[in-house]
Design a protein around this ligand. Structure first.
Ligand code: CA
Length: 222
């Protein structure tokens, strides 16, 4: 899961980034509207957290422009005001949800979870393929009755593949979704991480079917 935070108050932006990284999201930040818009338009995010009042271009305008350009990434708008008219303006501009400052981090997380699963209409945060189960809420992966320990990147890749069951996912898509903008990731890093995931979710289960299939020249699928 990759998230963009557009917020001109550095302290708030950094607090959100740190908190989300602890929850294993990959997070990019922008501190003004133009940078925020450029990143939002150029990169493939799962959720955008957008402050309403920003220098250069305000959150409302960013939202409108993204929607005009058929970018439907879920947007959570942050605002210092709580007037109803303000909320309606934001939702009219194309935001999916609204959060009034100050807010608790738990509240922010709950909204992100709700937004990020909205496109797939998933009712809970548990994904299963055969006897493999992954829970995003408690960061747990198990196969049959055995609990499997994954690193945070391994978990994120497996989650991404399981959320897109049946689709072929390219290495570049994995890089875009699992690592943030500052990370210097080579396609080889993805291969190595996938190999490590297989070692943990496939190798110990001798008679079980492989879970992750390689689609030569394209990427991976579950
Ligand atoms: Ca602001």
């Amino acid at each position: 899961m990759r998230i963009l935070v557009v917020e001109d108050e550095h302290r708030i932006a950094q607090t959100i980034k740190k908190g989300l990284e602890q929850e294993r999201y990959a997070v990019d930040t922008a501190y003004d509207g133009i940078n925020g818009y450029d990143l939002a338009a150029a990169e493939d995010y799962d959720v955008i957290i957008l402050d309403r009042m920003l220098p250069e271009m305000d959150g409302m305008m960013i939202c409108k422009k993204l929607r005009e350009h058929k970018n439907h990434t879920p947007i959570l708008m942050l605002t210092a005001k709580s007037q109803t008219s303000d909320k309606i303006d934001g939702l009219d501009a194309g935001a999916d949800d609204y959060l009034t400052k100050p807010f608790s981090f738990e509240e922010l997380l709950a909204r992100i979870r709700a937004l990020s699963r909205r496109p797939k209409q998933t009712l809970n945060d548990i994904y299963s393929v055969g006897d493999l189960t992954l829970s995003t809420r408690i960061f747990r992966v198990s196969r049959g009755s055995k609990i499997i320990q994954l690193s945070s990147k391994e978990f994120s890749i497996l989650e991404y593949l399981m959320r897109n069951t049946g689709k072929v996912i390219t290495k570049q898509q994995i890089i875009d979704h699992v690592w943030d903008f500052d990370a210097d990731v080579l396609p080889n890093t993805v291969e190595v991480t996938i190999r490590n995931i297989r070692k943990k979710i496939e190798r110990p289960f001798k008679n079980a079917k492989p879970i992750i299939k390689t689609v030569r020249g394209f990427g991976y699928t579950i």
